[in-house]
Write a protein that binds this ligand. Sequence first.
Ligand SMILES: N[C@H](CCC[C@H](N)C(=O)O)C(=O)O
Length: 282
Amino acid sequence: MKLHFTKMHGIGNDYIYFNCFETEIENPEELAIRLSDRHFSVGGDGIVLILPPDEPEKADAKMRMFNADGSEGNMCGNAIRCVGKFLFDHGLVSKTTILVETKSGTKRLTLSVENGEVAAVRVNMGKAELAPEKIPVTLTGDKIVGFETTVGGEVHKITCVSMGNPHNVIFTDDPYGLDLEKIGPGFENDPLFPERVNTEFVRLTGKNELTMRVWERGSGETWACGTGACAAAVAACENGLCEKGADILVKLRGGDLTICYTDDAVYMTGPAAYAFCGEVEV
Ligand SMILES: N[C@H](CCC[C@H](N)C(=O)O)C(=O)O
């Protein structure tokens, strides 16, 4: 059977999208592993299913995302912006404020339209969660902020944040000097994190400006991570490096996101783009 797909990316964090208003995808875990291969298949950081909402009276659509290793992520910041763009551009929604169900709750998206297409999306990502048991991380306390411990085989000061998915934020002088292919798996699979973890390596590069790289759970180094940029901004504020309530510019390998951390919610604003369409035999 042939399956139509749309390849999209959020500042270089690229996924293979399926319109499941039209198509049913069986065994998405296996499909994510097969199609993410950048040498023998389409290539990407994983796949994203754009589905009808479970509760049509409360939401416009539902998103499910699967990492390149087939594991399902609870939330994906770069992907949800692309989902918003896909829904509007393909006429599946006609509003510019929409609600998308995810495994970490329903998110509100505000779509910026230029020349009839979505150019940028602002997402209410919900509250940042700092309680260790909610990350989860096997440490105790109200929150883990600048806590010195051994992770990935080395001593680091870590700050743990959940944006519906687990993040471990480490501030470092030279993110681009790190050999992530070598050290990344040790962080991702450290026993401190029972569900594994996404790790952000972050440098303060200006007033309310961060530069970061990310080793993602289930996908390795990606060129951007929306939930990771949110976690980095939250961690920077919690460590007194950036201002809560201010717009924080987060510079990633694939581009920039603007994050605002408040007690009520974390807001992420950034672009979404098409790459190409195609068909795969399944
Ligand atoms: N690897 C993540 C999911 C993708 C998150 C990232 N690509 C984003 O844009 O938020 C996880 O397993 O929690």
